[in-house]
Design a protein around this ligand. Structure first.
Ligand code: HEM
Length: 563
């Protein structure tokens, strides 16, 4: 006979155990919640306006089940409701969104709050400690080395490369005449090719299809990082590592780092071979000097952008009229290798790789998005396109000659169109910083506590009715000198501002002018999708999830009457 077992006693003990365990967990969580609420961060954070959160999660659940474009709309709605300072809780992490230029200036212009928010760590496997995310002395010394490699003298020597690659795009686009196509694909490959040649010094002859694969891999990596931002469970490395995204990331980084490793290896080998032959490239100091009197030219606003960005207080304010000969053209990568080899800067091969990856990412996706938005907007606003073309006709007539640096200074209306496009559709729609100390902002003299993540909502700042009349309307005249004169400098920050502003600003604007003018001299663009139907995707870089659909027709080269 089987021994008698009293099941009721066993069930009773299990039930009691589960009950006490639950009580312990709930009490523990309640105590943590109470402790959080009484902490200084919570007290100060909750003084700021923002949506109500729930215990433990704060406002993190808002992202649950939402698509990225829905999240953009939620963010914009909160901005309407709460004003220019908006507080949010991601669990116990305080995030403050700033939208007032006066508050933004305090953060961006500071030498103290130069550290990027912890969210940038998702870039780390890709960009390592490159300029975009590095901090402290490493960032300072690398910035000091890299900023001058974008000196206007060096940029001018890239004009030929910008022209040649722009002509290549025009040729490639020929097969799209009469179709509706996504122009971003073309802009993306063109910008990678241009970067490979100008920043990395890889000539077209030695380029292969890896440029296209690279551009696609970058796009997919941005998507993974974006998913990690808004799916809060993917923020934890321990969970991310077991997701399908991790494997995908490994594969994409293989493509991205494969290209940069190959580029650096070849460059270094060429440098050493040349050195053996006694060929020594010019130094940065030689390249950035005025050829006549040997002095670096003083600050002198030559273009509209020079005036627009005058108040940025960054380290890019230089200008020079002298042309640098072709033989003196030296890419960013050549300069880094040269500095490392001759001992001017202590740079390891790994650090060079991190900077190369950073420049390739920052320099590519931003300008690809910017140029795609310009072409789509011109495809909608045909009167503006006609004015751009008339200006180009005044400069070039019906000739096919390539643009010179001097021509780009005459493209004043095109420049206003580019600046206005970057206002409405800033490729970097938000910038985030971690506060190292408490900060008092101008709005209500609010105190934002140390360790807060501050997010500067560039997209929304650029559409403020306080600073722009009809802020949602595309109007290049927003950048007429008379309309700019009373505007706060920090109400226009597509390239960020202050000590951590974009080092590639001048490079980007020069390249955009040559690329876009070449396309517009050859094609008339049409877009049948009105602006209100653009589906924006804040995917690290602002893009359209509905694609940048465009139609093109060969340009009849004569001026148009503009109503
Ligand atoms: C329309 C084109 C571009 C836009 C709108 C743009 C915008 C920006 C913004 C907003 C930042 C600050 C990001 C942050 O703080 O999170 C930045 C940083 C940076 N950009 Fe650009 N960028 C553009 C083109 C370029 C190009 C062409 C290059 C290089 C070839 C470049 C290289 C960099 C680098 C290296 C940084 C990091 C600077 C630092 O932290 O010291 N960018 N860019």
């Amino acid at each position: 006979m089987a021994p008698f077992v009293d099941d009721t006693v066993y069930v009773d003990w299990t039930t009691r155990f589960v009950f006490y365990a639950l009580v312990a967990v709930v009490s523990g969580l309640w105590m943590i919640h109470r402790w959080q609420q009484q902490s200084r961060l919570f007290r100060l954070g909750n003084v700021l306006p923002g949506p109500e959160g729930v215990p433990f999660f704060g406002n993190a659940l808002l992202a649950l089940g939402k698509k990225p474009d829905q999240l953009v709309n939620i963010g914009l709605e909160y901005a309407e409701r709460h004003g220019t300072v908006i507080r949010g809780w991601l669990g116990s992490k305080l995030i403050v969104f700033l939208l007032d230029p006066e508050d933004i200036e305090i953060i961006l212009n500071s030498q103290v709050h130069i550290d990027k928010a912890p969210e940038y760590r998702f870039f780390k496997p890709w960009l390592g400690e490159g300029l975009l995310i590095s901090t402290g002395n490493k960032w300072r010394s690398h910035r000091k080395m890299i900023a001058p490699t974008f000196h206007i003298n060096i940029l001018k020597s890239f004009v030929g490369v910008f022209n040649q690659n722009s002509k290549n795009v025009v040729e490639k686009l020929r097969k799209e005449v009469g179709t509706t196509f996504d122009v971003h694909d073309y802009m993306s490959t063109a910008t990678v090719d241009i970067l490979l040649e100008t920043a990395m010094g890889i000539t077209r002859k030695t380029q292969d299809e890896s440029g296209f694969d690279y551009a696609m891999a970058v796009m997919k990596m941005c998507d993974i990082i974006h998913q990690r931002h808004y799916k809060f469970w993917l923020r934890f490395d321990s969970i991310f590592k077991f997701s399908s995204f991790f494997e995908k990331q490994k594969q994409l980084l293989g493509i991205i780092h494969g290209l940069t490793n190959k580029v650096i290896k070849n460059k270094k080998q060429t440098y050493l071979e040349n050195k053996d032959k006694g060929i020594v490239p010019p130094t940065l100091a030689e390249l950035t000097q005025n050829e006549e009197d040997g002095s670096v030219l003083a600050n002198d606003a030559k273009t509209l952008s020079d005036a627009v960005f005058k108040g940025y207080r960054d380290d890019l304010d230089f200008n020079d009229d002298n042309d640098v000969g072709e033989k003196k053209r030296l890419a960013f990568l050549d300069l880094m290798i040269e500095s490392a080899q001759n001992g001017t800067h202590q740079l390891t091969d790994h650090e060079i790789k991190e900077e190369v990856d950073t420049i390739m990412f920052e320099g590519h996706d931003t300008t690809a998005a910017g140029s795609s938005f310009v072409l789509c907007l011109l495809g909608i606003y045909k009167d503006v396109q006609a004015k751009v073309y008339n200006e180009l006709y005044d400069i070039f007539g019906d000739s096919d000659r390539p643009a010179t640096f001097a021509d780009t200074l005459e493209m004043k209306y095109l420049e206003r169109v580019i600046l206005e496009t970057l206002r409405l559709y800033p490729p970097v729609p938000a910038i985030a910083r971690k506060l190292n100390t408490d900060v008092n902002i101008v709005t209500n003299n609010y105190l934002i506590p140390a360790s807060t993540t501050v997010v500067i909502g560039t997209y929304k700042v650029h559409r403020s009715p306080k600073h722009y009349k009809d802020p949602d309307t595309f109007n290049p005249d927003n950048f007429l000198p008379e309309n700019m004169s009373n505007r706060h400098y920090y109400s226009y920050i597509p390239f960020s501002a202050g000590p951590r502003s974009c080092v590639g600003r001048k490079y980007a604007l020069l390249k955009l002018k040559i690329l876009l003018s070449t396309i517009l001299r050859n094609y008339e663009c049409t877009s049948t999708v009105p602006e209100k139907d653009f589906k924006l995707l804040g995917d690290i870089i602002l893009k359209r999830s509905d694609g940048f659909r465009l139609q093109i027709a060969p340009r009849i080269r004569k001026p148009t009457n503009v109503a």
